[in-house]
Design a protein around this ligand. Sequence first.
Ligand code: UTP
Length: 298
Amino acid sequence: MGRKVTKAIFPVAGLGTRFLPTTKSIPKEMLSLVDKPLIQYAIDEARAAGIKEFIFVTSRGKGSLEDYFDHAHELESSLKKAGKEELLEILRATNMESGAIAYIRQHKALGLGHAVWCARRLLSDDEPFAVVLTDDVIQGEPPCLQQMIEAYGETGGSMVATMEVAADKASSYGVLDVAEDMGAIVRAKGMVEKPKAGTQPSNLAVIGRYILAPTVMKNLNKLKQGAGGEIQLTDAIAEEIQAGRDVFGLRFRGQRFDCGSKAGFLQATVAFGLERDELKDEFADYLHQVMAMRRAAE
Ligand code: UTP
């Protein structure tokens, strides 16, 4: 049985170059999927999983992301006066408890592992923690991180979210080397970051949800000292396996969208738009029309 996980790290210090020019002045995490910024989807998922403390690893130019979590008192009172209860509820759902959020700066984008390491002083030595990449937006019931917390309750160790990918896509991900396949959960005997085409140990790709043992932070400490280039989180997790500690992959139930890429973001917009009661009929009609016109033009 693993210890309860109550803290999550959200590394949001990347440059988001794939969304230039927008990301010149707007952090990628503030891009809106239908009407909510990516960061809100991540927060909602973490809250559902029982996370109480939210640690953002930010960088220059992320001011609007920090401001987003301030309570909007003026807006709330004018909505209240106008009797706009529904909007007020939407707004209040974004309010965070005082002291629940911490911001830490990553001064240089030295990699995901480095970003996670920047939060080390906000965790105690024996505390497991979650890492959530806001680029990966997941439709799932229960939400993906909650599925992981439940599975981790039985396994302990460290756990990564995994999904099956086509062989020609594996080189874009961290990939698990599977020791034991127990169905939804697999035990890993290795993990490689972006394997060269054809060398991937399995078709199980790691996506942006992690529950990590405190020893992973210690591994990052060592990598930090020895590092030249980017500090990879994958290497720190792989080191757990080499040291004989458990690392599991969970085949989560749900659909993941890579909102760090333009194509993934557009797909997520369609999927989340079609989920909304107030939008789905009009939006579905429009999509049908577009497809019919495309087919007619072919
Ligand atoms: P990405 O590889 O998507 O990089 O990072 P990026 O800079 O955000 O985007 P592109 O590729 O330039 O368009 C994956 C996640 O890790 C965080 C990013 O913010 C993103 O959530 N990250 C990456 C950091 O916080 N620090 C880093 O040094 C690198």
